[in-house]
Design a protein around this ligand. Structure first.
Ligand code: HEC
Ligand code: HEC
Ligand code: HEC
Ligand code: HEC
Ligand code: HEC
Ligand code: HEC
Ligand code: HEC
Ligand code: HEC
Length: 431
């Protein structure tokens, strides 16, 4: 018996060794394939409804993109976004049902109510549109929605206003240039807040490009440079020259772009993108689709004043910075940037006074954008004043200096000179 046991033990040991060897070999020789928790395209098209099956032939790229999305993985189908009732304003009869090519935030809100509500409470929605057409042009129900937005309910000075909200005055340049131009200019960007035929406003698709609705795409700063670029709001250019932007450009390929929303840490993003500072959940800050939530000034304004609740907003932004920096460091950055804002405000106010005096004395046109001096005064705050302020808060020294304060001072000198000439040439008998 004893001998047999030894034999069994020997056979067992050798057997286990062989199995382990085989497993070991298999691990070495068989390539490890990435996990595939979701079925491939063909399977998914077959599983999905007839929309995807037919569109796989007619618009294969759309089906391909959709099939890679979280939506496909979660069984959100073409019809969930496109199928509408017969009376829907943009409905088209389509193979026994009705579809709409336009998918508005009202449709997204069926499933993403929080994101949609935050977006509607931000300046990305209606205020971006009233910046062109003015408050009075809004349909009545949308006026009520507009008035809910905290950043527009009050004048920049802080007092409640019945009318004349921030950025809700019909824009003169918009009318002067006319629809032939503005459809492809102003509206190309400001449509992010355009009213839709179904009574909703804006378009999630401005940032979430269809049909992948990819987190990686929407978290990359290029998403914002579709609009936040150019001489009057060079946030993209500023970001590119900041340490944050340099890290993004040099190391961004190693970052974890697909981390689940709300779970982002500095392990995933060792340096911030636009989104991390303004939108993403990081540390104690939850994700927000209200891009005004973390801002303390109306920097885009001619003369910048604090926003309502600016202290709380600033604290929220600082909480983001403090995931990576110390509080004293961040406070010092704000102190320096606030000083730039005050200096720019003073110069802009001086320029404003020059123009107001000329207007009062009837020496310039009552209409905007008619005389060269009006363009100089506009460039001064709209391009250079803004740029210096943006550069100060987003670490772009070249934009504070050579694209900001220096040309601002240049324009101020030009303005003083032009005002002097206007007064001289308007003296009776040329005296
Ligand atoms: C039998 C094939 C077929 C089926 C089924 C089908 N589609 Fe289409 N769909 C097409 C074709 C072809 C077009 C392009 C029509 C055109 O160019 O005028 C189209 C166009 C569309 C458009 C764009 C309409 C526009 O105004 O630009 C949408 C949105 C759409 N389909 C969604 C759907 C949805 C949602 C379903 C399922 C409820 C569906 N389709 C079912 C073939 C199909
Ligand atoms: C999560 C919502 C969503 C889903 C799911 C979805 N779409 Fe779309 N689709 C959109 C949005 C948003 C647009 C752009 C609407 C706009 O602003 O004009 C669009 C546009 C379109 C268009 C018209 C524009 C173009 O590029 O031709 C077609 C056709 C279309 N989708 C087909 C499909 C098909 C087919 C499926 C399923 C495979 C699908 N969509 C799934 C949201 C969706
Ligand atoms: C029928 C419901 C439904 C509709 C309509 C819908 N979604 Fe979604 N969406 C989902 C579900 C479910 C998920 C996955 C949720 C999750 O992972 O937490 C999702 C996830 C997302 C994500 C995150 C993607 C990721 O990789 O985690 C984005 C972005 C998104 N949706 C945007 C949109 C936009 C924009 C629209 C409108 C054009 C829209 N959705 C319409 C149900 C919907
Ligand atoms: C390249 C995209 C783009 C184009 C084109 C564009 N804007 Fe803007 N506009 C923006 C962005 C981005 C801001 C936000 C700047 C900020 O908040 O710092 C803005 C801000 C504004 C503001 C200040 C905000 C407000 O609500 O008062 C006004 C007014 C404005 N734009 C009007 C116009 C007009 C009029 C045109 C065309 C003559 C135009 N914009 C063309 C992107 C654009
Ligand atoms: C200004 C650009 C922008 C617009 C406009 C926008 N989003 Fe987003 N969205 C983002 C960014 C950035 C994220 C990723 C946040 C993060 O890092 O977790 C995101 C994330 C999401 C997610 C994933 C879950 C979450 O909350 O993080 C959903 C769902 C979503 N957006 C839906 C919408 C809907 C619906 C709309 C329109 C009502 C919309 N978004 C408009 C930029 C935008
Ligand atoms: C399609 C154009 C467009 C895109 C894309 C876009 N924005 Fe904007 N953004 C605007 C316009 C227009 C305004 C000015 C709205 C106003 O005040 O009238 C604005 C304003 C802002 C503001 C100031 C809000 C306030 O309360 O004054 C912030 C911050 C901002 N955007 C951040 C972002 C970020 C971050 C992204 C990318 C994730 C982004 N935007 C993408 C057009 C855009
Ligand atoms: C390191 C964080 C950080 C990054 C990265 C960042 N911003 Fe900002 N941004 C700020 C701060 C801080 C302010 C000033 C906030 C205030 O008013 O207190 C600001 C201001 C703005 C404003 C001005 C809003 C107004 O009042 O006119 C816009 C628009 C904006 N950022 C967009 C962007 C875009 C687009 C990017 C990426 C290209 C970006 N930001 C990158 C922190 C950041
Ligand atoms: C996710 C992490 C992260 C966040 C959030 C963040 N930063 Fe940074 N920041 C960095 C890193 C990393 C650097 C590069 C450090 C270096 O230059 O050696 C940097 C550099 C800087 C610098 C340049 C420092 C120097 O010594 O040249 C300033 C100023 C700065 N950040 C301010 C801010 C402010 C203000 C905020 C919030 C509005 C912020 N940062 C948010 C990671 C972050």
């Amino acid at each position: 018996m004893r001998g047999r046991r030894w034999l069994w033990a020997l056979i067992g040991t050798v057997g286990i060794g062989v199995v382990l060897y085989a497993v070991g070999r298999r691990q070495v020789t068989v390539p490890i394939r990435p996990p595939q928790p979701t079925p491939g395209l063909a399977v998914r098209v077959a599983l999905a409804d007839r929309c995807a099956t037919c569109h796989h032939r007619t618009t294969p790229t759309i089906v391909e993109q959709w099939s890679r999305s979280m939506h496909a993985a979660q069984n959100v189908r073409c019809s969930d976004c496109h199928e509408v009732r017969a009376g829907y304003p943009t409905a088209k009869e389509h193979f026994g049902t009705f579809v709409s090519a336009l998918v508005t935030p009202a449709t997204c809100a069926k499933c993403h109510v929080i994101e949609a509500r935050q977006y509607w409470h931000s300046r990305h929605s209606l205020p971006a549109w009233t910046a062109l057409v003015g408050y009075e042009a809004l349909p009545e129900p949308l006026k009520a929605q507009f008035n809910e937005i905290e950043e527009v309910r009050r004048a920049p000075e802080g007092g409640e206003l019945p009318t004349g909200f921030v950025g809700a005055v019909r824009n003169a340049l918009y009318d002067i240039e006319g629809p032939a131009v503005t459809k492809l200019a102003c509206e190309g960007c400001h449509q992010i807040g355009k009213p839709n035929p179904d009574g909703s406003a804006g378009n999630c698709n401005m940032c979430h490009l269809r049909h992948e609705f990819s987190l990686e795409q929407v978290r990359k700063p290029e998403t914002c440079n579709r609009c936040h670029i150019g001489p009057d709001h060079p946030q993209w250019e500023i970001y590119e020259e900041s340490s944050h932007g340099i890290l993004y450009h040099t190391r961004g390929h190693e970052w974890n772009w697909s981390q689940r929303p709300g779970r982002l840490t500095v392990q995933d993003f060792p340096a911030p993108t636009c989104q991390v500072c303004h939108m993403s959940g990081l540390g104690p800050q939850p994700t927000t689709h209200d891009v005004g939530d973390r801002l303390s000034y109306f920097l885009f304004a001619e003369v910048s004043t604090h926003r309502p609740n600016w202290r709380e907003n600033r604290e929220r932004m600082m909480q983001v910075c403090m995931q990576c920096h110390s509080r004293p460091f961040v406070e010092e950055e704000y102190r320096k940037a606030d000083a730039v804002t005050e200096a720019v405000n003073a110069w802009v106010q001086e320029a404003k006074a020059i123009l107001e005096d000329l207007a009062r004395d009837g020496l310039i046109s009552a209409k905007p954008f008619e005389q060269p001096i009006q363009f100089v005064a506009f460039d001064l705050w709209h391009h250079y004043g803004r740029t210096a302020k943006f550069g100060a808060y987003m670490q772009g020294p070249d934009y504070v200096q050579w694209h900001g304060v220096y040309p601002l001072l240049n324009k101020l000198a030009e303005l003083r000179h032009m005002a002097g000439e206007l007064r001289a040439s308007n003296r009776p008998n040329g005296r």
